[in-house]
Design a protein around this ligand. Structure first.
Ligand code: HEM
Length: 147
């Protein structure tokens, strides 16, 4: 199972790099660049970007869930009675679900979330901040190890 453990960690960390890195690039570089374009150009480029980025978002959510639950079920027996571990990982999973919702709404087509897409810099900021909190919690849990 050693190879599967390594593959699962690699997939989890690479997915975090690609999705959080891509979202941060979108927030800090792409959106400010689009601000200087006219409305027609902006919406053409934004919908082109969304169409491509959506594939990575959907694949990334699937990879996060598969590798994350694998990591979780592997770690559980080592953390029996470790309340802090379960509190942190439980909170992390709930925050990750919120991030998945925001990411899906921002690349989706549902009319219900059009308001979020119009105000994408606000929601992308929240998504990136939640992503950083999740990485911080995961890093703490990893370095703290098995008490
Ligand atoms: C936004 C989504 C997520 C991000 C950015 C994220 C990020 C990370 C990072 C950076 C690590 C540390 C990896 C390492 O150093 O080995 C980690 C570990 C982990 N993640 Fe995630 N993750 C996400 C979603 C999930 C989900 C959905 C689950 C569970 C369903 C999950 C479960 C875990 C577990 C169990 C660990 C190992 C913790 C330990 O050391 O015991 N993650 N995650």
């Amino acid at each position: 199972m050693f190879a599967v453990d390594v593959a699962s960690r690699l997939i989890h960390v690479l997915t975090a790099i690609v999705l959080l890195g891509g979202s941060t690039f979108m927030l800090l570089v792409v959106l400010p660049t689009l601000q200087s374009s006219d409305e027609a150009t902006r919406s053409k480029i934004a919908s082109g970007l969304r169409g491509i980025w959506k594939r990575y978002v959907h694949a990334g959510i699937a990879l996060f869930l598969i590798s994350g639950f694998y990591n979780y079920f592997k770690a559980m027996p080592q953390h029996k009675g470790d309340g802090l571990y379960h509190a942190l990982i439980g909170t992390k999973i709930i925050l990750a679900l919120a991030v998945f919702f925001l990411a899906s709404a921002l690349v989706g087509r549902s009319a219900a979330f059009e308001g979020m897409r119009t105000n994408s810099s606000k929601w992308l900021t929240i998504l990136c901040l939640l992503g950083i909190i999740i990485v911080a919690m995961s890093s703490f849990v990893k370095i703290r190890g098995i008490p």
